[in-house]
Design a protein around this ligand. Structure first.
Ligand SMILES: O=c1ccn([C@@H]2O[C@H](COP(=O)(O)O)[C@@H](O)[C@H]2O)c(=O)[nH]1
Length: 233
């Protein structure tokens, strides 16, 4: 079992409102977790400073701000993010937005990945939001556009990872949230997949939040997920 390769595939979502609690959790998780995601909840509570601290001690950081704005704002926003030294950042998978992001990251090591359809959406939510067709059709369309535009990877549910891999190829990232170990609560996620199935479906990275951060024993939960990922590699 290659546990160290498995650890590289796990991204723990630090969805916590307090920087001190986030620091304490990172300390507790120690070497078990090498890649952290910082989104709105922690980002707007001082998480950008924590991102810099994590990078300084050798962790990888995924800044998940899901940018979507006029082209100039996205381009300059991504340019600023690229200077922070984070590994990954997200934009929504709208063509204008993705083109602006590709310009903004030019010359940096930042990888920008595009969120296709949020994993909390099913086909009913999709219709309610005014879209026609199905979630999987739009995911496929946006993945093809992202590939043409030169985005580094896709965020989708692992239910769509196989199809997305066929579209974008094996050299791009396929980052999948909505990961739930068998028997755990779906919470507000609608398109959920177990860690092993996500890897077998072609996910390059799995984003896991509450199954680890809200676990009674986060270290044990992370170890179990790493072992499950390793079993599927
Ligand atoms: O489609 C998406 C895009 C991003 N996310 C983010 O991933 C984590 C998932 O957390 P869980 O607690 O494991 O549900 C969270 O930070 C979301 O903002 C997503 O879930 N779906």
């Amino acid at each position: 079992m290659n546990l160290s390769a498995a650890r590289e595939r796990l991204i723990v979502a630090l969805d916590i409102s307090s920087i001190d609690e986030a620091r304490a959790l990172v300390r507790k998780l120690g070497d078990e977790v090498v890649f952290y995601k910082i989104g709105y909840q922690l980002g707007y509570a001082g998480g950008f400073e924590l991102a810099r601290e994590l990078i300084a001690v050798g962790k990888k950081v995924f800044l998940d701000l899901k940018l979507h704005d006029i082209g100039n704002t996205v381009e300059e926003g991504i340019r600023s993010i690229a200077q922070m030294g984070v590994t990954l950042a997200t934009v929504h998978a709208y063509p204008q937005t993705m083109r602006a992001a590709v310009k903004g990251k030019a010359g940096s090591n930042l990888k920008v990945i595009a969120v296709t359809v949020l994993t909390s959406y099913d086909n009913n939510d999709f219709i309610e939001a005014g879209y026609s067709g199905t979630v999987s059709e739009l995911v496929a369309k946006r993945a093809a556009q992202a590939k043409d535009i030169g985005i580094d990877g896709i965020v989708c549910a692992a239910t769509e990872a196989g199809r997305v891999q066929e579209i974008i190829g094996t050299d791009k990232l396929i980052v999948t949230p909505g990961i739930r170990p068998a028997g755990s609560s779906a919470d507000d996620q609608k398109r959920i997949v177990t860690p092993a199935m996500a890897i077998r479906s072609g996910s390059t990275h799995l984003v896991v939040g509450r199954p680890i951060t809200a676990a009674a024993d986060p270290v044990a939960a992370a170890k179990e997920i790493v072992a499950e990922i390793a079993s599927a590699l």
